[in-house]
Design a protein around this ligand. Structure first.
Ligand code: MG
Length: 268
């Protein structure tokens, strides 16, 4: 029985240049490779050592990328090694089996959505409201599962965010702010439920999970062993748990450290 390693992507394994947070002078920086192009421009990266560590980890455990990215956004990410047997995208709304969306899981999620959360239109209306136009620069529908907005954090009032969180709570939705993105996600669409399903299908002995945002918290709490970087939404909230290890490093080097921690825990 192998271990399942459920690993968030953005700001856990891969990083935009804005989130490198390197403290070394440029000539001493770690070697860095491109993990994603968007319109031909490199936008996500990991260290070269992370690539090697990830390959070694994949030889020891079942590595499952777990991301809030849509399928199309996920498919832009290039990680070393073969296409993973399982990947979770769309914050758990989609399970890819050998790169193909699993129809049974998709149907189960849509059914739970119709029963347990307000329709996406109601939440979209809260974000499309004229009063928020000053700080919401773009509003996106993610596969009709959830919505996310590109926001100006400087202009976005804390009181407006708190009111949005309260409204969403009543509608069965959760709010998460990560960098310039504000996500509103219905409660039935979770990474933790999708990872539990993958665990069941694999018959994995243990789940080791890593992530940095509020949307990762239930997955970390549910894991046998959990890891998070010393940055991001969970770090800012002081998130802790009995099964949780926090990195010493921040930014792109925390990504590398997480892979070392996951490998050590898998081999143990
Ligand atoms: Mg993340």
């Amino acid at each position: 029985m192998t271990d399942l390693v459920a690993c968030d992507l953005d700001r856990t394994l891969i990083y935009s240049a804005k989130a490198f947070w390197l403290e070394t002078p440029d000539p001493l920086a770690p070697r860095i490779v491109v993990a994603e192009l968007y319109n031909g421009v490199p936008i996500s990266f990991l260290t070269r050592a992370s690539e090697d560590l990830l390959l070694a980890l994949r030889a020891l455990a079942e590595f499952v990328p777990v991301t809030t990215r849509t399928v199309a956004q996920y498919q832009r990410v290039q990680l070393p090694g073969a296409v993973p047997s399982f990947a979770v995208t769309s914050n758990g709304g989609v399970i890819l089996v050998d790169g193909v969306p699993d129809a049974a899981w998709g149907a189960a999620v849509r059914h739970r959505l119709s029963e347990e959360a307000a329709p996406i239109g109601e939440v979209t209306a809260l974000l499309a409201d004229h009063s928020a136009a000053a700080w919401i620069t773009k509003l996106n529908n993610a596969e009709n599962l959830f919505v996310y907005a590109i926001v100006d954090r400087e202009l976005m009032p804390a009181a407006w965010l708190a009111a949005l969180e309260a409204r969403c709570l009543g509608l069965g939705w959760t709010v998460s702010v990560q960098g310039r993105k504000l996500y509103c996600v219905p409660n039935p669409v979770t990474k933790s439920a999708a990872v539990a399903e993958v665990r069941r299908r694999l018959g994995a002995a243990r789940v080791l999970a890593a992530g940095d945002s509020l949307l990762d918290a239930p997955m970390l709490e549910q894991a046998d062993l959990a890891f998070r970087p010393a940055h991001g939404e969970l770090h800012d909230a002081g998130f802790t748990a009995p099964n949780l290890t926090v990195t010493a490093a921040t930014g792109i080097l925390a990504g590398e450290e997480l892979l070392r921690l996951l490998t050590a825990a898998t081999a143990a």
